[in-house]
Structure formats: structure tokens, C-alpha cells
Write a protein that binds this ligand. Structure first.
Ligand code: NAD
Ligand code: TDX
Length: 337
């Protein structure tokens, strides 16, 4: 049976990759994308579907009960995948309000509509950051949540609120907690696209603190496959970690980028550390592995493909690096010359 997907935040990085992923599948009846088009939302990511009958874009806010209800009434979605969020940790440290509103109240609005209208699956896209930092070993789904910045705290709020709608009202919720994604269409404020595009412009790469914080990198297409896998094979009320299995220090990623672009290490600039900077994220993914999912992309190749994508899509990222983002950046990182 063909399915209708209600995607929120589909004009952002992971959301737009997920829409591309769905649109390639015949068994997808319709993709409805509700996006507020914040600075991070870019309809150009999906412009090839402008005249596609299966794709419906709705410009709006997930906190707007009326729009959300209308979408349920009109499209009767089978699946809802909630990507919409304020997603950048540094911005949450500077101005947490939008994070509380969208990440928590927005999730609440969607959950309420799902409770009223019913659907087959509600996927809440959570993050590895909800566990907090871990010095050694890896977090399991049953470990306590210890978020340490306003972004991860708001995501933890939504994560547990979603669970409560399963436990209390039997809304068929599944929660996924993925590690750091990389790939095409990522806004050039996040580590990899920022450093690739800065290096291309011979601008400094601002490495926070000692550069030894560790992140586990997951190729975005592997994440998309995992989400659909969880929709089909996951159990309601459950949480699934989704990791890439590629733990690297930020300085290692930085060197890889410089090497691939043929740029000198003198572009690295050590700057003040992020406040409350989590040292290391690490996920134990046995639960999903046992169900049969594994990442297929090999980091060494996928990072090169990603760098090449930004190299070949200057028209995509150049407009994003002017104006609002640069202003924000200048006020927050005065140590960067
Ligand atoms: P992003 O910032 O690139 O995109 C967010 C999208 O949500 C944008 O299109 C934006 O316009 C939209 N949006 C924001 N507020 C909205 C609102 N109130 N109503 C409707 N749309 C709104 O984010 P991303 O990196 O693609 O992350 C997507 C999701 O995945 C987020 O929930 C994030 O917490 C989670 N996640 C991200 C990563 C990562 O490495 N990027 C890892 C794990 C989990
Ligand atoms: O300029 C920078 N310099 C730097 O050293 C930036 C932007 C980042 N960093 C460091 C901070 C982190 O240790 O690089 C690491 C990665 O930073 P981000 O790209 O901002 O990602 P992170 O904070 O790890 O969060 C990401 O992964 C989890 C996403 O942005 C979240 O949405 C997701 O939930």
C-alpha cells in the first residue's frame, strides 16, 4: 500500500535529504512538507519537485495548531517524521527562546494533532546530544538523559514528551537518536560545511578549545535509510540510537578537509571554547543492528564526496554565507581575526 508522509522541517539539511530519498520510491504516494523557512530552511534544496504531483510544500510553523490540523484533515498522513527544529548548539547558547518554542512546543502541537487524528507512526527525530557527554564507553537507549546545553535540553524535552504520548495516549511514537550527520545541503554554520567553505575561500577555520572534542559522524543518506527502516521494522514506544561508527576528534576532521582541498594547516585558528562544550558523544547501536540496520557508507569516501559536493555547489552555499549568518558569527566569535 502506498503511503503519505508528513515531513516537518523538510527544507533543512536532513529533512531535504529525506524528501529526496522518499521521492525516489514508488511506494510513496505523497510527501507533504511543512516548513517555516527559518534561516536554515531553503526551498531551493527541493526545487526539482515544484511541479511534481506527489510533493506538497506548505509554508508554516509546526507551533501553529490550525495549519497542523488542516494538514491532518486534508492529507490524512500515514507517517509523520518531525525534523523541524532549531538545530545549532551555538545559537541556542546565544538565544535559547526559539529552541524552547519550536523544539518543545512545536513537538507538542504535532503530538496533539496526531492524538486527535490518528496515524500509523509518529517519528520524533531526537539526537545523541540528549545523553550529554561521555568520557569512555557508549550510551545505550536506556541510559539517563543529561543534556548540557539549551539545544539538547529542548530536544530531550521533546523526546520525552513524545514518549509520554505513547505511554499515556498510545500514539504510535518511535524516537530516534542519531549522531552528527554530514553530507549535501548542510547549512554552512555547522563544522564540516563551515570549514570546507572557509577553506575554499582561504579564510581561517575556527576550532573551538583544543580541537580534541569527539563526534561520531553519520552520512546523511545512512540516516535517511535508518529512519525508514525504523518506520517499517521498529516497535512503537521504543527509542533507537543511530550512529555512524566514525568517532573522530574535530582536529582530525579539520585536517582531512584541508588535505582533500589541498589547503595549508596554517588556516586552522584555535578560538575560545564553546560554553559547556560536550567532550565526546558515542552511541551503542546494538539495538538497531540486531534488527538488521547498518550504515553502508564508508567515512573515508563519503567525506570526500561531501567536500566535493560543496566544491561543486558554490551557487548553493555562497548566498548563505553573507548577511545574517556572518553578522551572528562576528558577534559570537570575536577572537576570530
Ligand atoms: P536544520 O537546521 O538544517 O533544518 C531545520 C529545518 O526546520 C529548517 O528547514 C527550518 O526552516 C525548519 N524549521 C525550524 N523551525 C520550524 C518551525 N517552527 N516550524 C516548521 N519548520 C521549522 O536541521 P537539521 O540538521 O536538518 O536537523 C533536523 C533534525 O535532526 C533536528 O530535529 C535535529 O535536532 C535532528 N538531528 C540533527 C543532527 C545533525 O547532525 N544535523 C543529528 C541528530 C539529530
Ligand atoms: O566553528 C566551529 N568550530 C568547532 O570547533 C563549529 C561550528 C563547531 N566546532 C566544534 C563543536 C563540536 O565539537 O565541532 C563539533 C561539531 O559542531 P557542530 O557542527 O556545531 O555540531 P554539534 O554541536 O556536535 O551538534 C550537531 O550534532 C548533533 C548538530 O548541529 C545537532 O543538531 C545534532 O543534534
Amino acid at each position: 500500500m502506498k503511503k503519505t508522509y508528513f515531513i516537518t522541517g523538510g527544507c533543512g539539511f536532513i529533512g531535504s535529504n529525506f524528501v529526496h530519498y522518499l521521492m525516489e520510491q514508488e511506494l510513496v504516494e505523497r510527501v507533504v512538507n511543512l516548513d517555516k523557512l527559518t534561516y536554515a530552511g531553503n526551498p531551493a534544496n527541493l526545487k526539482q519537485y515544484d511541479n511534481d504531483r506527489r510533493y506538497h510544500f506548505i509554508h508554516g510553523d509546526i507551533c501553529d495548531k490550525k495549519i497542523v490540523e488542516q494538514i491532518f484533515d486534508q492529507y490524512k498522513p500515514d507517517y509523520l517524521v518531525n525534523f523541524a527544529a532549531e538545530s545549532h548548539v551555538d545559537r541556542s547558547i546565544g538565544k535559547p527562546e526559539d529552541f524552547i518554542q519550536t523544539d518543545i512546543f512545536g513537538a507538542f502541537t504535532l503530538l496533539e494533532a496526531a492524538r486527535k487524528h490518528g496515524l500509523e507512526r509518529f517519528i520524533q527525530i531526537s539526537t545523541d546530544e540528549v545523553y550529554g557527554s561521555i568520557v569512555s564507553g557508549s550510551f545505550r537507549e536506556t541510559d539517563p538523559l543529561m543534556p548540557r546545553n539549551p539545544y539538547s535540553a529542548s530536544k530531550a524535552g521533546a523526546d520525552r514528551l513524545a514518549y509520554s504520548y505513547y505511554a499515556t495516549y498510545k500514539v504510535p511514537v518511535i524516537i530516534t537518536r542519531a549522531s552528527n550527520n554530514y553530507g549535501p545541503y548542510q547549512y554552512p554554520e555547522k563544522l564540516i560545511p563551515l570549514f570546507v567553505t572557509n577553506a575554499m575561500e582561504d579564510k581561517p577555520l575556527p576550532l573551538y578549545g583544543d580541537g580534541k572534542n569527539v563526534r561520531d559522524w553519520l552520512y546523511v543518506e545512512d540516516h535517511c535509510r535508518a529512519i525508514q527502516f525504523v518506520i517499517e521494522k521498529g516497535a512503537v514506544g521504543e527509542v533507537y540510537n543511530i550512529g555512524g561508527g566514525n568517532e573522530l576528534m574535530n582536529v582530525e576532521i579539520t585536517r582531512t578537509i584541508l588535505e582533500h582541498l589541498g589547503k595549508p594547516e596554517s588556516l586552522i585558528r584555535y578560538v575560545d571554547d564553546r560554553l559547556g562544550h560536550d567532550r565526546r558523544y558515542s552511541l551503542n547501536c546494538e539495538k538497531l543492528n540486531k534488527l538488521g540496520w547498518r550504515p553502508v557508507h564508508v567515512f573515508e569516501q563519503a567525506i570526500k564526496d561531501t567536500i566535493d559536493w560543496y566544491r561543486e555547489h558554490e551557487d548553493w552555499w555562497r548566498p548563505l554565507k553573507t548577511g545574517e549568518y556572518l553578522e551572528y558569527y562576528k558577534t559570537h566569535y570575536k577572537t576570530l581575526s
